[in-house]
Design a protein around this ligand. Sequence first.
Ligand code: DHB
Length: 521
Amino acid sequence: MKLSKISTALFAGSLVAGSLATQVFAAPPAQKNPLADLPYANETDKGYNLEFDGTHYTTATATVNGKDIIYRAYEKIVYVANPVEPDYQTLNFYVPEEYYQGKDINGYNAKTAPIFLPNAIGGYMPAMAAVASQAGHGGKTSTILQALERGYVVASVGARGRTLKQGDTYTGKAPTVIVDLKSAVRYLHANDANMPGDANKIISNGTSAGGAMSALLGASGDSADYNRLLKDMGAVNASDAIFAVSAYCPITNLEHADAAYEWEFNGLHQYSRMDMSKLDAKSFNDRSMKQAVVEGELTADQINISDQLKAQFPDYLNSLQLKDSDGQALTLDKAGNGTFRHYVENALVQSANQALAGLTEEEKKAFMTKYKGLSYTNENVSAVNLAEFVTNKKRMKSPPAFDALDLSSGENDEFGTATVQALHFTPYSLKHSTVNGGMADAENIKLLNAMNYTDNSKAAPHWRIRVGSEDYDTSHAISAMLAVKLRMSGKNVDYALPWGVGHAGDYDLAELFDWIDGIAR
Ligand code: DHB
């Protein structure tokens, strides 16, 4: 294991948990992956054995929410026969010990427990499977341990990412990340009879790029589009469909995200963003280091680009033919106004009122003077004006927010190939490229976008999507479009924009687990 690989994976974890826009990387000090020096659990003379070995585990104890729990850890299982990057194409499987004593936890037993499937992906970077004993963000008990305490079985999955390289060859560009997640799910289905937990109740979880991949995993279940790639990787021939998706702030629909961003943030000229160009593997590794934040103001050229991108959005939005739950068409006029904008504004109204309801009279008064763009009736928010609301903060990205004209974004890097570091993925940025950049393969772009699979009959039936009201990493339109499309195709969708929350995940695990119990028990 090369150290550089560890550092990028750890960085990804911090990116998931941190709020990029406000506090850069308030993460625990760099930890070495505790499994780094262990051999793969299932490597044999003949390659990787994809039959689960129930005898190969360690037992550990931990205190979670004041309670001692004992669990079995089956770690470092390579989930494909032909891994390219086995350190990443690995899952860690955790089971509450009580299930081996025939006991029930929270209404589940060894056969019926849901399988919680968190990925640790952030920034489209490579991510090793998270380890139960590793502390979560801010030193909190890991999500894995908290899930075990609820009685879930946990399959923590790793996946390749955009910066992996062997010699001159990139090994983790799109769509390898989703091929890996699907391979892990196939392993669980194929071994269901011999593994604790119910593979028909897999619930994936991820944040940001990891949220996008959680959504894509759920939407694209059993789609034949990925079969060749899965076969080449030596994935088991089994279902890759899952039961439910938890997605925090999914950075998805990348090919429309630039237009969506300017639809929401056009007119906001001050920005405060992380200086991606200053990030290298070394600075990733030192997570106590404050990353450079660049403050600035859009140039006249950038304002012009923002106007052009914003103007593209209504046509795309209208092409989706969205309807709300009352059957009302959600559309936009040429200026970007209309029922779809009201839909997003109403989601913010609900969120604000939920936040207000929990406040004291004094706190309510402070709230009511704090935010621009909110109107009140009595002590309730009656309306949000999105254009005004967004001025409560600086924008986080300069246009184009995702497909950078100089190929400098993480998403450009994600769409590279084995031999090309970065590519464009929108016609606009291809046309205006300042570095004569090439275009990503249309199939790869398609395979990475959950929006292309919302009508899939094998898509997950249950969805929980959360995006903070103060998350400016992508437009709130992105998650709104996904949520509406899923609901229109008959999925059970719980969508909300929690108030005051920035770019973050796993901040409401008690509620997430209540939701899971509601669908899985
Ligand atoms: C992430 C954040 C971004 O702003 C982005 O463009 C891609 C990924 C993330 O936190 O994973």
